[in-house]
Design a protein around this ligand. Structure first.
Ligand code: FAD
Length: 1022
């Protein structure tokens, strides 16, 4: 085995590149069995070689530390619950400002009865720090020391001293800046400035080094010593999946000065690869910015690519082709990927295909496959292998031997503070080695530390298996392809909790074809808007004398359509149609009724882009909100259909011999559905679909603001085959037609969602029993909220800031679940508010049809005037802390998003529902006061709490009075079946839309008891 085969390989590569351009990967797969066996024996040889050198180098520091750290890490690897509690404690620790707080959290996390601390560990913990560990003292120092192992800190002198030491040890570096999640443009500016400062600092240091270290010299020449790793997410705070163009523009404008400086200093710029959502954007940005004439040949550049991604082979080939075409020699840092759990969880939550491989061995095998592609295409790309896995490293070396690639023509990269013995072995073997060195403060660095701790203690990870669990070398060097063949594939799909129902996934707007569909649908809609939308009675379209225009709130001159205005006579005709149709519909088997609703769902899916376009233009929802509304409407149809299939079968109440007791459900009869404009398709569909699935006939009375969307729903009911008269569509004035129907003796139930004012009136009217009414009118009523979220003193501010911004201002605050009162603990107040206001000021405001706009217009001129009036009142009651800039457009209904602070609990601002982009912030001295403030309301709809104190989280769960409570996440966006939605007190009658019991509101229970005993014998089956 030749360690450093210096090949005169130019001609070889030229030939190879011709082959590899057509299909580089296929070469690896076309290897003959003897070649594979040869590579495997090479891998084993290199592996043994590395292991024997590691033996003399000792054990990585993390695994050899004495005392508390050692005991904790050891226990973390034995006990998953302890590991979770420990790492959560590590995560919160830097935000704790007093020894008392540290002690409280330590007890809350590790004093938990479920934490199975062995007597041995307790003794070790005490021995390590004395009894004081239980009181918090010393613990912060221990964790800081642990963090220091993986990070260079923030002190310039320390940073350069460490890099000089590495240089002296012949180890090259790349420096990464640790930081909080960038939530505002101010923070993105600061980050960019930090990169520039760092370049200056490092250039000052490296210029003093007389010659490059060996790891910066390849057989092709010298590599820049100054190497900076950049995170794209740090350069723009408003990256929106639907608007990559703006993200590219904004990140590019912050990147250019960095690239110019790097060019001037002869530095190397690497793009790290982050979450999957940013992957295409990062690739695109890389290719576009390094194609600009100014940067087409300098600075030297590279990017990380993640082998755990199923797309990675195609992406790598794309980068190679681009590099070859551009003649830009780039470095690809091949890594496995740092966000495996996150990607898996997020994809499962969104019902998206999981982008990462499910088996660790699959990732390892893919890493090997991509390693070969990189080695085979060395003419176009420089290879850097970022791994601590001896098998992966040995495979690279063996494949390089097979392909005749000089071992100094690629480099290995490892993380600072990890796997020291492996680094030592590689240096002994004459390989080039670069360390990835994070710099920055401890607080923002905690997420990085937790990732490293997880990596070091992961059951499947190479390091823990090697250094802590003592796996055999044979096992550690096994061919991952063989392991894949032995194992069952995992995570092919996300797990289903309900075999009868799956949520409609949100559109993944990172996919350009999906974005194109919405743009095309908006263009198409504009060709046909302005039409008249008649009533529908008995599946017949009925025109009226009066027509009410429905306009685009971003441009009141654009008429989206005209809604027919029913008179009382037409309302009566619709009622008669419903009454005539209902008995047959009630007799239709539940399965058949459900099938029609499932058809409606599939038609909505077919028309998704068109429906989204309509929502964007008629209701001013941005792309994401529009998609969520359509997806929820689809869910309602499918979910209620599935539930009705269950309720359609009689259910046995008890099993007793000789008697049958069965509960049946009967439809209530005729219902009036009165829906709001804020979820113009979802709520209307939800209430109608539940009623229809249950066997009722309905009169649908949508809001005046969004009749065109509603009329599309009616069209889909007809197209899906709903029999005439089962659903009738009556647009018209609520004060006459709506009021007439609600009070009507022939109406059996009313389903209403809307304001408290109207809801209470309807509730009262429905409670009366006029002559001719034969039963009690059922009222299904959902009203508004005055929702609060608490930000605790130890909250994760990255999450709290972005979650609260989305909850307060998403869809212009036009959500009954919107965050209206933010209660921030005094300890956290200043820090939180500074970031929060900067984040608010970074939101983009403008027409909803522009995909990157977070805030659009409010629904109507009337709403605009009402909200502006509330702002004027607010100015007299509280302090105006911030107000956004809105586009100057007299034809649009914008309201500036507004934040008030020092809001007194007795003020109107604090108590009344606003339904607009206004947030009241109040400071609480402690958690007790925060809970009391949050509960001081006549409403009880949604609530939230951001905290990392297990005790306070439990208190929030027990004490916050609301129908939907969200912990450590935004408080809007309930998903059908997952988060049945609805509140109580003045927020509604306690019904839960999208929940299992919801259908029962539209049904009457009936129990039938039959004596099955005849002359002393019972039928066997009874
Ligand atoms: C210098 C350097 C730079 C890095 N830069 C980046 C970067 O820009 N972006 C980034 O995402 N990561 C980056 N990483 C982190 C890197 O992804 C992890 O350190 C690396 O995945 C650990 O792999 P390993 O080969 O050392 O260890 P191994 O223990 O062999 O592999 C662990 C990896 O296997 C994968 N894995 C674990 N479980 C499963 C499973 N069940 N199914 C499928 N795959 C699984 C995960 O990727 C996990 O990280 C970098 C690492 C280094 C060394």
């Amino acid at each position: 085995m030749s360690g450093t085969t210096a090949l005169a390989c130019h001609g070889y590569f030229e030939e190879l590149s011709r082959v590899s351009t057509s299909n580089p990967a296929s070469m690896a797969s076309r290897r003959s069995p003897s070649q594979t066996a040869g590579v495997e024996s090479g891998v084993r040889g290199w592996g043994e070689n590395i292991f024997s050198r590691m033996d003399t180098a000792g054990t990585p520091s993390l695994f050899t530390k004495k005392g508390l750290q050692a005991a904790m890490m050891d226990w973390a690897m034995r006990d998953e619950h302890f590991k979770t509690q420990l790492f959560r404690f590590v995560d919160v620790l830097p935000s704790l400002t007093s020894a008392g707080e540290v002690s409280r959290h330590l007890k809350e996390y590790l004093g938990d009865e479920q934490v199975n601390l062995s007597a041995g560990l307790r003794t070790a913990l005490k021995a390590a720090t004395g009894a004081s560990w239980l009181f918090g003292a010393g613990v912060k120092a221990q964790v800081t020391a642990m963090a220091r192992q993986f990070m260079l800190g923030d002190d310039s002198k320390e940073i350069v001293a460490t890099l000089r030491r590495l240089h002296d040890e012949d180890i090259a570096f790349t420096v990464d800046v640790l930081g909080e999640t960038v939530v505002s443009e101010t923070e993105a500016d600061n980050y960019a400035a930090r990169y520039l400062d760092l370049l200056s600092l490092l250039a000052g240091e490296t210029s003093k080094w007389p010659q490059p270290c060996k790891s910066n010299v390849s057989s092709r020449g010298t590599i820049p010593q100054l190497n900076l790793s950049v995170k794209i997410s740090a350069l723009y705070s408003q990256i929106h999946p639907a608007d990559p163009e703006t993200a590219i523009e904004k990140t590019s404008s912050r990147l250019r000065p960095i690239l110019r400086k790097a060019k001037e200093l002869g530095a190397f710029i690497n793009f790290d690869m982050e979450s999957y959502a940013l992957k295409d954007l990062t690739l695109h940005l890389f290719k576009t910015i390094f194609s600009e004439p100014e940067f087409a040949s300098e600075p030297a550049c590279g990017l990380a690519m993640q082998a755990y991604l199923k797309d990675s082979e195609a992406d790598l080939k794309g980068v190679i082709s681009w590099a070859r075409l551009q003649r830009h020699h780039v470095t690809v840092r091949l890594v496995k990927g740092a966000y495996w759990d996150y990607e898996t969880v997020i994809a499962q939550q969104k019902e998206w295909p999981i982008p990462v491989f499910g088996l660790k061995a699959e990732t390892d095998a893919n890493f090997e496959k991509l390693s070969v592609i990189l080695l085979e295409n060395a003419d176009a790309v420089e290879a850097a292998f970022g791994t601590h896995n001896v098998r992966s490293i040995a495979h690279v070396l063996a494949q390089a031997d097979r392909l005749g690639v000089n071992h100094r023509d690629f480099e290995f990269q490892m993380l600072y503070g990890m796997a020291e013995p492996i680094k030592s072995a590689l240096l002994q073997l004459g390989c080039r080695l670069r360390e990835y060195c994070p710099v920055g403060e401890l607080l923002p660095g905690m997420a990085y530390l937790v990732r490293r701790l997880l990596e070091n203690t992961s059951n499947e990870g190479f390091l823990a298996n090697t250094f802590a669990k003592g796996a055999s070398r044979e096992q550690l060097l096994r061919d991952p392809n063989a392991m894949v063949a032995e194992q069952e594939p995992r995570h092919r799909t996300s797990p289903a909790t309900n075999p009868m129902f799956r949520n409609e996934p949100p559109i993944d707007f990172t996919i350009s074809a999906e974005r194109e569909k919405i743009l095309a649908a908006i263009r198409e809609l504009r060709q046909q808007i302005g039409r008249k939308h008649p009533l529908v009675i008995n599946n017949k379209y009925i025109s009226t004398r009066d027509w009410l225009p429905s306009t685009n709130p971003a441009n009141q001159n654009e008429i989206v359509g005209y809604a027919a205005q029913a008179s009382i006579a037409e309302a009566e005709a619709a009622l008669a149609a419903a009454r005539a149709a209902q008995p047959d519909w009630a007799r239709t088997p539940a399965g058949e009724r459900s099938a029609i609703l499932e058809k409606v769902a599939s038609l909505m899916r077919r028309d998704k882009a068109a429906l989204c376009a309509l929502e964007i233009l008629e209701s001013g929802k941005n792309w994401t909100e529009a998609d969520a509304d359509v997806a929820e409407a689809i869910d309602f149809c499918n979910f209620y259909a599935a539930e009705m299939r269950k309720l359609g079968k009689p259910q046995r109440t008890q099993q007793v011999p000789g008697e049958s007791n069965l509960q049946h459900w009967l439809p209530r009869g005729i219902g009036v559905i009165i829906a709001p404009w804020n979820f113009p398709l979802a709520i209307l569909t939800g209430m109608s679909a539940a009623a229809i699935a249950a066997g009722n006939a309905v009169l649908i009375k949508p809001s005046d603001q969004t009749p065109v969307i509603a009329s599309r729903l009616m069209d889909l009911f007809i197209e899906a085959g709903l029999p005439a008269g089962v659903a009738n569509f009556v647009t018209g004035p609520g004060s006459t037609v709506g009021a007439h129907l609600v009070a009507h003796p022939k109406v059996d139930f009313v389903a209403f969602t809307g304001s408290k004012e109207v809801g209470l009136k309807i509730w009262e009217t429905a409670g009366r029993t006029p002559p001719g009414q034969v039963g009690l009118k059922k009222m299904i009523c959902e009203m508004g909220g005055k929702n609060s979220a608490i930000v605790d003193s130890d909250a994760d501010l990255d999450e709290a800031v972005s979650g609260c911004i989305a909850s307060a201002f998403g869809y212009q605050g036009h959500k009954c679940s919107e965050l209206s009162r933010l209660i921030v603990l005094a300890d956290n107040y200043d820090k939180f508010m500074e970031r929060f206001i900067a984040a608010a000021a970074s939101m983009r405001i403008g027409p909803a049809e522009m995909p990157g706009n977070v805030i659009g217009p409010v629904i109507s001129r009337e709403a605009q005037q009402r909200i502006l009036k509330t702002i004027a009142i607010g100015r007299t009651e509280a302090k105006l802390a911030w107000q956004g800039q809105i586009p100057e457009n007299p034809n649009a209904c914008y309201v500036p998003p507004t934040i008030f602070t020092d809001v007194p609990p007795a003020s109107r601002l604090f108590r009344e529902e606003i339904f607009g982009p206004i947030l009241s912030v109040t400071k609480a001295k402690d958690f007790d006061e925060a809970l009391a403030l949050a509960n001081d309301s006549e409403f009880a709809l949604t609530g939230g709490c951001y905290s990392r104190s297990p005790v306070n989280i439990e208190r929030a769960k027990a004490e916050l009075v609301c129908g939907n409570l969200y912990i450590n996440r935004g408080i809007t966006g309930a998903i059908v079946e997952r988060q049945p939605f609805g509140g109580f007190k003045m927020s509604g009658g306690g019904t839960k839309a999208g929940g299992r019991e919801y259908l029962q509101n539209f049904l009457l229970p009936r129990v039938i008891t039959e004596n099955c005993l005849r002359r002393g014998f019972a039928a066997a089956e009874e």
